[in-house]
Design a protein. Structure first.
Length: 318
């Protein structure tokens, strides 16, 4: 991965600071925003390409604050992330962390896979520059920066943490197991959480071609569920199963059951946490049923995924 040289970084940082001042007067208002106030939309130029993101700093945040990047899936938009995940900004109000919703080029993230019809944008450089700007501006705590996302955003969160090893403290990957391209690479220890549905029609639980019957373009393939978990357990040295339980079926109408498995010691950098959604689809638990069940499967309602993610993230720092 090519690193930004110091002159380039300076220009990026200046652009970041300038756009922050300009956009602060423009209260962005994505639809169905759950936070107590609107987020701000900011722009930054990376290698001559204008990139944008939404940032939400709740009144409860004590700066520099923990910062959670939430990446949309392929075909998604930053404007719709909070609504689609069931209101993570509201949780940020309660817990005092910053939320950042970046926008991918053409609604896509370069997560290391070679996807038919998609470019190879340097999304890592984009997020690196955003993080650096927030840290220099004393908004984000550099030791408590986290990444999570769904589908393409989940694959990207895993990839990002490997490319920015010194910046991302923990990762949560929803509806995105381990791609074959990730499995073929060398990875280092990273606290990782997975939320995977057994009836996901796009990222198959049993492994295989991504996209299923719905998406025709070649998006690579994923490892089976068990192999994906073993991959990260091996990378993290997390060989001990410390939790194996089933959550109460509090929403029987969703026809889902949740099995939770924890490997390693809680709060340890070797942690791997797995939420296996029996009957779940390509969805974010307690999030939006953004397409018909026949296309993406069922949304599990038995636990709040945002709270589960934060409970993992808050235990980790660089």
């Amino acid at each position: 991965m090519r690193r930004l040289g110091w002159p380039v970084f300076n220009s990026v940082l200046l652009c970041f600071i300038f756009s922050s001042v300009v956009s602060a007067s423009k209260a962005a208002s994505p639809r169905f925003w759950s936070g107590a106030k609107p987020p701000t939309r900011q722009e930054i130029s990376i290698a001559g390409v204008k990139r944008s993101f939404y940032i939400y700093i709740p009144e409860t945040a004590r700066l520099p604050a923990p910062t959670v990047f939430v990446f949309h899936g392929g075909g998604g938009k930053a404007e719709g992330v909070d609504y689609s995940v069931g209101g993570i900004a509201k949780l940020a109000d309660e817990k005092g962390f910053i939320v950042v919703n970046p926008s991918g080029i053409d609604k896509h993230w370069n997560d290391g896979r070679k996807i038919e019809g998609q470019g190879q944008e340097d999304d890592v450089a984009f997020i690196r520059a955003v993080i650096d700007g927030l840290v220099v501006g004393k908004q984000a705590d550099p030791a408590r920066i986290y990444a999570c996302g769904i589908s393409n955003g989940g694959f990207f969160s895993q990839y990002l943490a490997q490319q920015l090893k010194s910046k991302i403290a923990a990762v949560a990957s929803i509806a995105a197991s381990v791609s074959e391209s990730m499995a073929a690479s060398e990875v280092s220890c990273e606290p990782t959480m997975f939320v995977l549905g057994t009836k996901d029609p796009l990222v198959p639980f049993k492994g295989g071609r991504i996209g299923g019957k719905l998406l025709e373009a070649d998006r690579g393939a994923v490892l089976p569920f068990a192999d994906s978990i073993n991959f990260w357990c091996k990378a993290n040295g997390a060989t001990k199963l410390t939790v194996d339980q089933r959550l109460p079926d509090i929403a029987s109408a969703d026809h889902c059951q949740v099995e939770v498995r924890h490997y390693g010691n809680e709060g340890n950098s070797a942690e791997v946490l797995v939420y296996k959604i029996v009957g779940g689809g390509h969805t974010w638990p307690q999030g939006l049923q953004y397409l018909p069940e026949a296309m993406i499967g069922i949304v599990c309602r038995d636990f709040n995924c945002n709270e589960a993610i934060w409970n993992v993230f808050k235990m980790h720092h660089q």
